[in-house]
Structure formats: structure tokens, C-alpha cells
Design a protein around this ligand. Structure first.
Ligand SMILES: [Zn+2]
Length: 324
């Protein structure tokens, strides 16, 4: 996320990599705490395996249009297949031209809704990251292998026994880091086909926060979603805060800083889940070892609870909100 800072960060990141803080790694199970409704539906081991694989050196930082990006894409497609997820279109892979040549690919799966099959909820997370720069691999564990791993948990949930009311689109997006290109392409096609997109739930950086704080951003534009998210927050295993979405906040307004912006620009409501910037943001130290694992699992549970709640309450909430 936050591609606006990229030039600055890269300019300052040419030196030696910061030491990996092993002390932040938590491999033990969390103590018994009150658990959200999402708790039992998140497969912790699989979640961590997915984020570890996607952020491994073998994926070479998942740069759009690179071999590492292709490996990440193949991994996500393999997981979609394993889950029995249908493609939204003829194939999971949706290619598009990258601004400086080459191809980017979104990976898009689909589960049909029971009550509002024509209304789509798009669950999105970008799988690309910065690739290799100055000989250093930018693994992007938090940014955004974390969001993709949670997306795979949500896909597993809805491809399994759970049936959503709205049709769910699971979109692992490419080329976010070079200007939200994959998201713009996805929105363009959905619009061209006159698809009825009710909501985008975007995740970008949900695996690293020392204070246990996860933000849900976007309610400023769709206040009708606030009561549902406040209820989710009340039972969440992480501290779920609403905010970072007011224009007067300047760079602390996150609206244009990740893929949700493409949906926002098309007039589609969004909820963006993410954390505040941290010491490893857009650095070669954004590794599996610097994730805060218990927080990450809690964030996954929280997002799943939020998606289930919004799926159930969205229509009534936005109908009520429209009267204002
Ligand atoms: Zn990102």
C-alpha cells in the first residue's frame, strides 16, 4: 500500500538491511481468550503457511511482471483450485498490460450468493510487492502476503460449507505497488459488464502491529456500515478502530493508498482493513519473522467476522442509510 511514499522510501533504503527482530516472532498458541465468531473458522496453521510461502525468498518479492510474481500467481491459483473455487470469468487469470510493458495478472475466483446472486461483494488483496532492488529481496510479508493469506481463508470459508447471501468475488490483485493497476483493470471490467458491485472489502497490511490495532477505513463515505462494524469491533480479538478515511487527514487519509481507491472512484462503497505504517514498511525486513503472528491471526478472524456481518446486514443498512 501507500505507493506515494515509494520514491522516498527507496531513496532511503539503499543501505544495509535492518536486523530482523526475532523477538517479535511468536510461534506458540495464544492463551485462551474470549474468541470472536470468526475464531473457529480460521485455520491458523494454513494461514501462516500461506503467508510464509508467499513471502519466502523463492518468490523474489513478487514484482509485477517478474518470475517471482508468476510464482506467487501460480501459488494463489493452486490454492483456489484446491478449495474448489469457481473462476468469475473463463479463467482465474485475468491479464492486463503493465504501464512499462509486460503483463500483469489478477487472479479472480467466485462463490455464488444465495439471496442476492446478482449483487457482488469483492474481497480484494494485492499479491505483488516491490521485487528485488539493489540486490535485496523485498519479501513484503505484511505488504501484502498477509492480506492474500487472509483472502485465502475467506475463500476457504465460503467455498466450504458456508454460503454467502451476496455473490463473493475473491480477487488477488497484481501491480498495486506500481499504481493500483490490477484494481483499476478489475473495476473497469466489472463496470463494462454492468455488474452490480455492492461493496469492496480490501486488505493490505494486516499482519504487523505491536499495539494490536487494526483499522477499518471507509465508513466516512458509507456511514450506514458503521453500526455493523462497531458490533464486529466489540467482539474482535484485536483492537478494531474505524478511521483514516477523512479527506482533511491528508496522508493519514488512506482512501487513495491501496486498491480500494479504484472502487471508490467508481462510486462503490469500500471497507479497507490495514495497519499503520511500521518500521519494516517497504523495507527488505518486511519478512515473515517480523510479523506479529497472534495479531495477524486475530486480524484474520476479525475480517472474516466483518465480511459475514456485512454480507448479512449490508442491504438493510444501506437502504436505511439511503434515506438520509
Ligand atoms: Zn500494499
Amino acid at each position: 500500500m501507500k505507493q506515494l511514499l515509494l520514491a522516498l522510501v527507496l531513496a532511503s533504503s539503499c543501505g544495509a538491511a535492518q536486523p530482523v527482530q526475532k523477538s517479535q516472532t511468536r510461534t506458540t498458541q495464544p492463551a485462551a481468550t474470549p474468541q470472536s465468531t470468526g475464531a473457529k473458522k480460521i485455520d491458523r496453521a494454513r494461514l501462516l503457511e500461506d503467508v510464509r510461502t508467499l513471502s519466502s525468498d523463492a518468490m523474489e518479492g513478487r514484482g509485477a511482471g517478474t518470475k517471482g510474481g508468476e510464482m506467487a500467481r501460480a501459488y494463489v491459483e493452486g490454492r483456489f483450485k484446491e478449495l474448489g473455487l469457481a473462476p468469475l470469468w473463463d479463467s482465474y487469470e485475468q491479464p492486463f498490460d503493465l504501464p512499462k510493458g509486460g503483463k500483469g495478472f489478477n487472479v479472480v475466483g467466485y462463490v455464488k450468493g444465495t439471496k442476492y446472486p446478482e449483487r457482488l461483494v469483492v474481497v480484494s488483496a494485492h499479491y505483488d510487492h516491490l521485487g528485488v532492488r539493489n540486490g535485496q529481496i523485498y519479501n513484503g510479508a505484511d505488504d501484502n502476503a498477509s492480506g492474500v493469506a487472509v483472502l485465502l481463508q475467506l475463500a476457504a470459508h465460503y467455498a466450504g460449507a458456508a454460503r454467502p447471501e451476496h455473490s463473493m468475488v475473491f480477487a488477488a490483485l497484481d501491480a498495486e505497488e506500481i499504481g493500483l493497476v490490477g484494481a483499476r483493470e478489475l473495476v473497469k471490467r466489472l463496470k463494462a459488464e454492468k455488474r452490480d458491485v455492492a461493496l469492496d472489502v480490501n486488505m493490505d497490511m494486516v499482519g504487523h502491529n505491536d499495539r494490536g490495532e487494526l483499522y477499518a477505513s471507509g465508513v466516512y463515505y458509507t456511514p450506514a456500515l458503521k453500526p455493523s462494524l462497531e458490533r464486529v469491533a466489540a467482539g474482535a480479538p484485536v483492537k478494531l478502530l474505524l478511521g483514516h478515511d477523512r479527506p482533511e487527514q491528508g496522508h493519514d487519509d488512506w482512501t487513495n493508498q491501496s486498491d480500494q481507491y479504484a472502487f471508490y472512484k467508481a462510486g462503490i462503497p469500500f471497507v479497507y482493513f490495514g495497519v499503520e505504517d511500521h518500521k519494516d514498511y517497504h523495507k527488505p525486513t518486511d519478512d515473515y519473522e517480523t510479523l506479529t503472528l497472534d495479531f495477524f491471526v486475530g486480524a484474520a478472524e476479525t475480517v472474516l467476522d466483518a465480511v459475514e456481518t456485512l454480507d448479512a446486514e449490508l442491504e438493510a443498512a444501506t437502504k436505511a442509510g439511503a434515506k438520509k
